[in-house]
Ligand binder design. Sequence first.
Ligand code: AMP
Length: 114
Amino acid sequence: MSEDLFLKIIDRQIPADIVFETEDVLAFRDINPQAPVHVLIIPKVHIRTINDIEQEHEALVGKLFTAAREIAAQEGVAEDGYRVVMNCNEGAGQSVFHIHLHLLGGRGLTWPPG
Ligand code: AMP
């Protein structure tokens, strides 16, 4: 049993609405969506925060973005526009300590975010 919530989703110990999966990456719908499309894209290995990303993870982190591109197309938001964001630590709103890209789309998005 893992104490990492997202590792439990990877291991299918808790359910999620999975929309995309590769050998290295999993993506599922956020349980508390902030936009019509709100998908979380995670690596299958545990990396706690952006501060813990090492050189050896560079290709893997790149795969989160290629997944975002594919999911945006799949969800029909690629042309209208979407946002990907990764919060780092509590001060930026990180609440699950396994890195994840939020992919948000399907509505107008303002800048700067709150
Ligand atoms: P962050 O606050 O950036 O760490 O984002 C964590 C996200 O995980 C939040 O948007 C939560 O709504 C989402 N979340 C928490 N638990 C689950 C879950 N079991 N399934 C899907 N999304 C979740």
